[in-house]
Each structure stands twice: as structure tokens, then as C-alpha cells.
Design a protein. Structure first.
Length: 397
């Protein structure tokens, strides 16, 4: 049975907020998905309200189910430099970084956020996969015997606070000077008698923070947030998968399993290398040896696909649909839609698509939904770019 995440009932705005009632009245995939063994609802009451709260004020997302693996020991940095497609051992302590790791053939194995506490202590947050056995295998092959891997997902509850008012809200919770954190920087605070990690991170392409603390203190954080709601006269609602998808696609972000295959989501012919999903910037081919480097050197100029953003005026399901165009008088499939979501802000259906490189110059295609042909605009880059996301100090008004 799927588990309840620590902040579910606190964030649920339904008339009966109980987790058991939610499961009784909602079907999997229709109202929620399985996120690493926990329930991730599509919304806590109203997707549009949640989206507009993120973009217009502030809202919260329960990130507790994110997979977490602690990497510790004198060989931790050397191991990670070999595993990942760019070196991380030399980054400053108390900073995070977005990372990817590949198979030997250059295809993506997973992506993750990496927290560096010090040279011998890291926390990696990949997708749903527990990579610990694989990590031990790689460490053994490299004779790195002074590194350990601990799957610790259940040891930390997390709450993402996202949106233009997020610095104000996070500071009001008692985390002084949080507005001075740089993007991807994190700090440890004393909170309710425990340690709380506050990171300037998020997956909404907006200003935001992620708070991590032992799950037994999640009620303390919820109580503090409830007081902050009243003192600031802000709703700060929870938001679910629907609003998250719209925001992350607006930001041009990709997701393992949705934009490329993984061992858990092994869709045939959906394997992609970093250059095919817009992650070439996370590959350092001038770095030392790492898994997949030789293949990636060749794939840099020899990839099969490119990623494009799609825009359709009509709110229709697009995921998995082929993108068609006329080539030499013949209707030809040039790719397909990876994922899509209705953007309430842009008032358009938006998404990520894999396009065959031979057609990378295409700016338009057709998708057929329930027998109806629709015009799709193909573009590059993110749909939104908020200055506040990277502003230091972060705005408090």
C-alpha cells in the first residue's frame, strides 16, 4: 500500500483532508501517482489555484518522498567525480549542484541534485531509483574502499516553499537572513530543537527554498507555517503534481522517466543522451575520466534527437502523440511529445518533445488528437525567466 507523506493532511484543502478518505475516493493515475512508494496527488483541491499561488504569491510542495542516498568517506569525492559527468569534489561546501550520470554508452542513467556538506559528506537525491547497489559496484571496480552509501529517504522530511513571496515566508518561519542565500546554496539552522537544512532550490523555475528536517519534526514545521500564514495574511497552500508539471515545463526542466528512459521507466527506444535532452551543459568533456565519457565525446556531434518546447492553443492530452510534418510531399513523423501540461499563465498547452535531429530546424508540426489535426509550434528554451529566481538578496515584498 502506498504511504502518506508527512505533510499530506496539512496541505490537503479538501472538506475531509484525511489520507484514508483521499484513497477511498480517488483512483491511482487519475487523482495521484506513486512517487517512490508515497502518494503524490495531482492537486490538494484545485490545480489552477495552486499554480496561480506559486506564480503570484507562494505555495508549498511535500518533497519528502524524494530518494536520498548519503555518500560519505575519504573517497566520496573521487567516487562522485567518476560517477557524474562533471567534477563536483572541488565545489564549495554547503552548496548544491544539479548533476547527471550516464551508462557507458552515453545514455542517461539518471539525474539528481547533489548536496555537498564537506569533502567527505554528500547527499544525492536522484529519481525514484535506489542506486546504492550500483554505487557499491562502481566503487569496487575503482578500488575506492573508503566510501559508503546509505539509502536514507525516510530520515528526512522536506517541504518546498516556492514563489515570489517564498523568501518572506521562509524568513518568517525563523530562518534569519535566508534571503542572502545564493541559488543552490544551503545552510543549517536550529529549529524546534533539531537541525533543519534550508536550501535555495526548487523545481518551479521561480524563487524558492527547500526545507529538510527529521520527519518527527514535520508537525513543528507545519505549526510554524500555519502561524506564518496568519501573521503574513497569506494562504500559502499546498500544490500537487498538476501545478508542479506546469511550472517545471515552463522552466524548460526535464524529468527522468518522462523525458528519457530509466531502468524503472524503460520505454523502448526512449533512451537519450544528455545532448538530446538539453543537458549538454552538465557534461564536462575536459574533465577527468568518468562513466560514459568516451561515448559522449562521439555523441556530442552524432546524436539522433534534439529537445524542443511545444505550444498548442487547445487544452488536449498530448503526451505520447507523434509530431507530423510533410517531407517531400509525404506526411512524416519527426518525433513525439514527451510530456505536456496546460499553463494557466500562458493559456496554452505546453510540453517537451523529442525531435529527430534531421528535422531540428522545424518550427511547426501537426499532432492528431482524437482524429483532429492541431498545429504545434516548436521552439527552444524556457517559456519563463523570472529575475527574482536568482536575485540576491531575494525580494522580501
Amino acid at each position: 500500500m502506498l504511504k502518506e507523506s508527512p505533510f499530506f493532511e496539512f496541505l490537503n484543502r479538501r472538506k475531509n483532508p484525511s489520507f484514508s478518505q483521499f484513497l477511498k475516493t480517488t483512483e491511482q493515475d487519475e487523482g495521484y501517482i506513486d512517487w517512490n512508494g508515497s502518494v503524490l496527488p495531482h492537486n490538494y483541491g484545485d490545480t489552477e489555484f495552486e499554480y496561480r499561488s506559486v506564480r503570484g504569491s507562494c505555495a508549498c510542495f511535500d518533497v519528502s518522498p524524494m530518494r536520498k542516498i548519503r555518500v560519505q568517506g575519504k573517497d566520496a569525492g573521487s567516487f562522485l567525480d567518476y560517477l557524474l559527468t562533471r567534477p563536483v569534489s572541488q565545489i564549495a561546501s554547503m552548496r548544491g549542484v544539479y548533476v547527471i550520470f550516464c551508462n557507458e554508452d552515453g545514455t542517461l542513467k539518471d539525474d539528481a541534485i547533489l548536496y555537498k556538506f564537506n569533502d567527505e559528506d554528500y547527499l544525492i537525491l536522484p529519481s525514484d531509483i535506489d542506486h546504492s547497489p550500483y554505487f557499491y559496484e562502481i566503487a569496487g571496480q575503482r578500488n575506492l574502499d573508503q566510501v559508503s552509501f546509505s539509502e536514507c529517504t525516510a530520515s528526512l522530511a522536506g517541504l518546498a516553499i516556492q514563489g515570489p513571496q517564498s523568501a518572506r515566508v521562509t524568513r518568517s518561519l525563523g530562518f534569519d537572513d535566508v534571503e542572502y542565500l545564493e541559488p543552490y546554496q544551503f545552510r543549517e539552522y536550529e529549529f524546534a530543537g533539531t537541525r533543519c537544512i534550508v536550501a535555495r532550490m526548487g523545481f518551479t523555475a521561480d524563487l524558492g527554498y527547500e526545507l529538510w528536517l527529521p520527519p518527527e519534526f514535520s508537525r513543528n514545521l507545519a505549526s510554524a507555517l500555519q502561524k506564518t500564514r496568519k501573521s503574513l495574511n497569506l494562504e500559502v497552500p499546498g500544490y500537487g503534481l498538476g501545478a508542479l508539471e506546469a511550472c517545471r515545463i515552463e522552466g524548460g526542466f526535464v524529468v527522468a522517466g518522462w523525458d528519457f528512459a530509466t531502468e524503472l521507466d524503460n520505454t523502448p527506444d526512449f533512451e537519450r543522451n544528455p545532448f538530446e535532452v538539453g543537458l549538454g551543459w552538465a557534461v564536462d568533456l575536459d574533465a577527468g575520466e568518468f562513466i560514459g565519457k568516451a561515448a559522449l565525446k562521439a555523441l556530442r556531434q552524432a546524436s539522433t534527437y534534439v529537445i524542443r518546447r511545444i505550444t498548442v492553443d487547445t487544452d488536449v492530452p498530448l503526451e505520447g502523440h507523434e509530431l507530423l510534418t510533410e517531407v517531400d510531399g509525404v506526411e512524416t513523423s519527426i518525433g513525439s511529445v514527451n510530456c505536456a501540461s496546460w499553463s494557466f499563465g500562458l493559456e496554452r498547452m505546453i510540453g517537451n518533445a523529442s525531435i529527430r535531429k534531421a528535422h531540428m530546424s522545424a518550427t511547426e508540426a501537426t499532432v492528431v488528437v482524437e482524429g483532429e489535426p492541431l498545429t504545434v509550434q516548436l521552439t527552444k528554451g524556457a517559456y519563463v525567466n523570472f529575475e527574482r529566481r536568482n536575485q540576491v538578496p531575494a525580494p522580501l515584498d
